[in-house]
Design a protein around this ligand. Sequence first.
Ligand SMILES: [Zn+2]
Length: 74
Amino acid sequence: MITTETPYKLAEIIRDTWPNLYRPPNMKFKYPNDPLDATCPYCGESGKPCSYVNSMARAYARDACKKKYDKKNT
Ligand SMILES: [Zn+2]
């Protein structure tokens, strides 16, 4: 079981070893390299550009989501 306590490298190995267990073939992941528990702290979504920041583009997406979220909650 991959939890937030699972070291990233170990989670990666588990996913590589049993890809079908953690990636049901009927589910389409837009960002297959994201940690499975990666969710955006602002919108709470996974599989979105803002769910996991591993590039500048996605950092911008996260930032845009933050701004949207802040606007909604102030
Ligand atoms: Zn978001």
